[in-house]
Design a binder for this molecule. Structure first.
Ligand SMILES: Nc1ncnc2c1ncn2[C@@H]1O[C@H](COP(=O)(O)OP(=O)(O)O)[C@@H](O)[C@H]1O
Ligand SMILES: [Mg+2]
Length: 247
């Protein structure tokens, strides 16, 4: 199983969109794919047409993990969702709950291993008790960077953070530019710089796409990451990610 963590320290940079888009694009290649919503806010869960698990339920609830009970299908063939659990909100205030959650994370990773070819995890922003085991287990830590003057320093901060959280994980970091508007000089320059090839960066960039912006309101939200301008970029990015597995 190939594990991709969509991660960034900040909110609003495109992590959820990226996790959902990569999961959809992976499933379109025929890979059995699981999207795991690790953000208690549950944005990916909603986009995938599922419901957040209430306190005491979902992958964090019950005496032991039963993946069959907590995973559901999505409108996308070959894509399942492990919905967000509300109980995740309390982890940082409760060390014993955090310890239980860490062992559940390992159980989910082990349980998904034989059933899926690709696991895509939508991580909450910043560091939680679950970040170290997750980044440690990931094959790729995929980081969307919004195109703008702070893109380079955001990358440096992120690389430092990823290594501090899970030693050695810096090598797994793959950043890419998103919400690129080629009408803006700064965006074009950034894209052109990266096109030369930069360690830790993909040459793929995701354009600003109004259908992605509206996807939460769409009656079929996954459509916006299945076809369209952003979806095409995500398809290329996904091929690059899955190609790393073969390498
Ligand atoms: N390529 C894109 N084009 C247009 N809007 C985008 C794009 N990617 C993300 N967005 C929008 O940006 C906002 C933040 O994205 P989201 O994926 O929720 O970020 P995060 O999970 O990091 O908080 C959302 O409103 C989303 O629809
Ligand atoms: Mg999010």
């Amino acid at each position: 199983m190939h594990t991709v963590a969509s991660y960034h320290l900040k909110g609003g940079v495109g992590k959820t969109t990226t996790a959902v888009a990569v999961a959809v694009q992976a499933s379109l290649t025929g890979a059995r794919t699981l999207l795991w919503d690790l953000d208690p806010l549950g944005a990916a869960t909603r986009l995938a047409g599922a419901e957040r698990a209430e306190e005491g339920h979902g992958w964090l609830g019950g005496p032991q993990l039963d993946l069959d009970r907590v995973i559901s299908g999505t409108p996308q063939d070959g894509l399942d969702i492990l919905p967000a659990a509300r109980a995740l909100r309390r982890l940082d205030r409760d060390e014993s709950a955090a310890a239980t959650a860490r062992s559940r994370v390992r159980a989910v990773l082990a349980g998904a291993q034989d059933r899926y070819d690709v696991l895509v995890v939508d991580c909450p922003p910043a560091v939680s008790a679950l970040t170290p085991p997750l980044l440690g287990a990931a094959d790729v830590v995929l980081a969307p960077l919004t195109a703008g003057p702070l893109a380079w320093s955001a990358y440096a901060d992120l690389a430092e953070e990823v290594d501090a959280v899970a030693a050695g994980s810096q090598d797994k970091l793959l950043a890419f530019l998103t919400m690129v508007d080629r009408r803006k000089r700064l965006h074009r320059d950034l894209v052109d710089d990266l096109a030369e090839g930069t360690e830790g960066f993909s040459t793929v960039y995701v354009p600003t796409d109004s259908s992605v912006e509206r996807m939460a309101l769409d009656e079929a939200p996954l459509r916006a990451v299945r076809t369209g301008r952003a979806a095409t970029a995500y398809a290329t990015l996904t091929a690059e990610l899955l190609g790393r597995r073969a390498a």
